[in-house]
Design a protein around this ligand. Structure first.
Ligand SMILES: C[S@@+](CC[C@H](N)C(=O)[O-])C[C@H]1O[C@@H](n2cnc3c(N)ncnc32)[C@H](O)[C@@H]1O
Length: 206
C-alpha cells in the first residue's frame, strides 16, 4: 500500500502562521502600534493602567506600547517566531512582559478572571469566523467583572480571509450579551492601507 500524503495544514493553524512569519512576509504587521491605540492612550479618556492580555499579539508592537504606558501585559500567540520576535523587541525596549506561546482557545480555565483589559488587533479577523462566539466567551471569561475589551476591529468588506472582515452590526450582535458597548466608532487615523476599514471599540464586561 502506498503512503498517503499528510494533509496540508489549515491556513488558520499555528503551523501556517509560523510559516508566514518564517517566510518573512507578515503583511499584517504595521511595524508600530495600531494608531487607534495611540489615540486612546494619549486621550483624556485613556484607561487606567492595569493587567492586560493581548490576544494574537504577533511581534508585539501593541503589547509593548501598552507596557510602556504602565500596563502589566501578558501577550499570547501560538506562532513560535512571533513570540521570539516579541521577546527580542521587549528586551530591546527594556520592558518585561509575560509571553505565552499558546492557542488562545486553551487559556481558560487557567487564566480565567485575571485581566482588567483584553487587547484585540487583527486576531478576531484571523480566526475561523465560526469561532467568533467562542472568542466572545473567551474574552468575557478572561476579564474581571467590569473589565474592558479594547479592540481594533477590521471592518473591511472583502470576501474570504484571513483577514475575515466584520461589521459594527456583527460586533454588537456577538458581544452585547456579555458586554456593554461603551463606544464603537470608525477609526479616523488608520494607516493608509486600512483607511475606512477599521472600527475601534471599547466594550465593558457586564
Ligand atoms: C494577523 S496576525 C496579527 C498579529 C498582531 N496582532 C499584529 O497586529 O501585528 C494574527 C496573529 O494571531 C495569531 N493567532 C491566530 N490564531 C491564534 C490562536 N488561536 N491562538 C493564538 N494565536 C493565534 C497568529 O499567529 C498571528 O500572529
Amino acid at each position: 500500500m502506498s503512503a498517503q500524503p499528510s494533509p496540508l495544514p489549515s491556513p488558520l493553524s499555528s503551523t501556517a502562521w509560523e510559516e508566514r512569519y518564517q517566510a518573512g512576509t507578515p503583511r499584517w504587521d504595521l511595524g508600530q502600534p495600531a494608531p487607534a491605540f495611540k489615540t486612546l492612550l494619549e486621550s483624556a479618556s485613556a484607561p487606567q493602567p492595569g493587567s492586560a492580555i493581548v490576544l494574537g499579539a504577533g511581534r508585539g508592537h501593541d503589547a509593548i506600547f501598552f507596557a510602556q504606558h504602565g500596563f502589566a501585559v501578558t501577550a499570547v500567540d501560538f506562532a513560535p517566531s512571533a513570540i521570539q520576535a516579541l521577546d527580542e523587541q521587549a528586551q530591546a525596549h527594556n520592558r518585561s512582559l509575560r509571553l505565552l506561546e499558546r492557542d488562545i482557545f486553551g487559556l481558560v480555565p487557567e487564566f480565567a478572571g485575571q485581566f482588567d483589559y483584553a487587547i484585540e488587533h487583527t486576531c478576531f479577523c484571523a480566526i475561523d469566523p465560526a469561532l467568533r462566539p467562542a472568542y466572545v466567551e473567551l474574552v468575557a471569561d478572561l476579564l474581571v467583572p467590569g473589565g474592558e475589551l479594547l479592540a481594533v476591529f477590521f471592518t473591511h468588506r472583502r470576501s474570504g480571509g484571513p483577514p475575515f472582515g466584520t461589521t459594527p452590526a456583527e460586533v454588537r450582535q456577538l458581544f452585547e450579551p456579555h458586554f456593554e458597548i461603551i463606544s464603537l466608532e470608525p477609526v479616523a487615523n488608520s494607516v493608509p492601507s486600512r483607511q475606512g476599514e477599521e472600527h475601534f471599540g471599547r466594550l465593558r464586561k457586564r
